[in-house]
Design a protein around this ligand. Structure first.
Ligand code: AMP
Ligand code: MG
Length: 353
């Protein structure tokens, strides 16, 4: 199969491409498309075969459910049962936007899409191309991140092409995404709203809308890097994800100690014959001397750090480094989301200095 790339990065959106992509979806094919979080790999959410194809193209375990993307709140009502009042409140506050809600499903969405679960994860993305595609196709679109399973999520069309070229019908290229980290996932099927995956919409923002919010104990790590022992409720959070080829270690603490520790570790690695990568910030890049030094962003702009994280991990794969040393990014609002991804990529390996 030859994967077509359709450029929809300029305004007004080229509707001919949206119609072509819609035809592919309606005939059971797959189209990758931009959202404000990361690129998604879309298929018709009500079509079992399309969902099977998504798992096959990604090499994703079939018990890891897909997120259903919608363009109107009524579509959430169409596919769910026992929808709690909090769903409407959260939608009014954050949709379209980077929040995914897990609710009880009815028969409209097949088990192939939900990895066999009786619940379904639903989101209304805030991206004009994504919304146009959902509206024009009339499909609710099942879409996980458009990467090969185990690789960093794609934040540019070129990342999607690297992973999925020849395996899907088309890619809608809408340029680089906005946020760069996957959506916040909340579970609405229990009494208290529970965060299953941290993202741009954080605990404080959710509490302002619905009051009590808790975090799934299965995704909380203590400072030794181990969980409370509970199993994450979102199946995807149980897998080792986003792992770069190079062995990643995070060094956290006061800036000066972090920099000198990374410099020391980099020198030792190079003496051992290893190729070294360093994840720095614009504030610290000049203080490192050895290895491939990449700048993830600016400490005063946490969005820049989130935005570049996955691209940096892919760049280190291309540079074929053996080890990567990274600073830690416990920034005020997105810190939990950023560190959740970075710690996973590092297999939780952290050194406190
Ligand atoms: P991705 O779209 O690749 O970011 O992955 C979707 C994420 O949503 C994975 O972590 C899934 O495990 C999670 N997810 C999807 N549906 C459900 C559900 N019904 N219950 C809990 N987690 C879900
Ligand atoms: Mg993913």
């Amino acid at each position: 199969m030859i994967t077509r790339i359709m450029d929809v990065s300029s305004e007004p959106i080229n509707m001919e491409y949206i119609r072509e992509a819609s035809r592919i979806l309606k005939s059971g094919g797959l189209v990758a498309f931009p959202t404000e979080t990361v690129y998604g790999l879309g298929g018709d959410a009500t079509d079992k075969e399309a969902s099977r194809k998504i798992y096959a193209a990604k090499g994703r375990p079939s018990d890891n459910p897909l997120i259903v993307h919608i363009a109107r709140f009524s579509q959430l009502e169409e596919i769910s049962v026992d929808l709690p009042a909090t769903a409407k409140k959260l939608a009014d506050a954050f949709w379209p936007g980077p929040l995914t809600m897990v609710v009880n499903k009815n028969k409209v969405i097949p088990y192939e899409t939900t990895g066999g679960l009786d619940t379904v994860a639903v989101r209304m993305p805030n991206n004009p191309v994504a919304l146009a595609l959902i509206e024009e196709s009339g499909c609710m679109i099942a879409a996980p991140s458009a990467n090969t399973s185990g690789r960093p999520s794609p934040t540019k069309a070129s990342h999607v092409y690297e992973d999925l070229s020849g395996k899907i019908e088309a890619i809608l290229d809408g340029g680089a995404v906005d946020i760069g980290l996957e959506s916040t996932i909340v579970d609405l099927t229990e009494d208290v709203v529970t965060i299953l995956r941290p993202g741009y919409i954080n605990m404080d923002m959710l509490r302002e809308v619905v009051g009590e919010v808790r975090i799934d104990p299965g995704i909380v790590y203590n400072d030794k890097g181990t969980t409370s022992g509970a199993r994450p409720k979102a199946p995807g959070m149980r897998y080792k994800h986003y792992a770069p080829k190079g062995d990643l270690t995070i060094i956290s603490g006061e800036e000066d100690s972090v920099v000198s520790t990374i410099n020391k570790m980099a020198k030792e690695s190079i003496l051992r014959g290893q190729k070294v990568g360093i994840i720095s910030t614009s504030e610290t890049a000049g203080k490192y001397s050895d290895g491939e030094i990449l700048i993830i962003g600016d400490r005063t702009d946490e969005r820049s750090i989130a935005h570049n994280l996955y691209d940096i991990l892919r760049q280190f794969d291309e540079l074929d480094v053996d080890v990567i040393y990274s600073e830690s990014f416990a920034t005020p609002n997105m810190g939990q989301a950023i560190m959740n991804r970075l710690l996973k990529a590092a297999g939780q390996k952290t050194i406190e200095v």
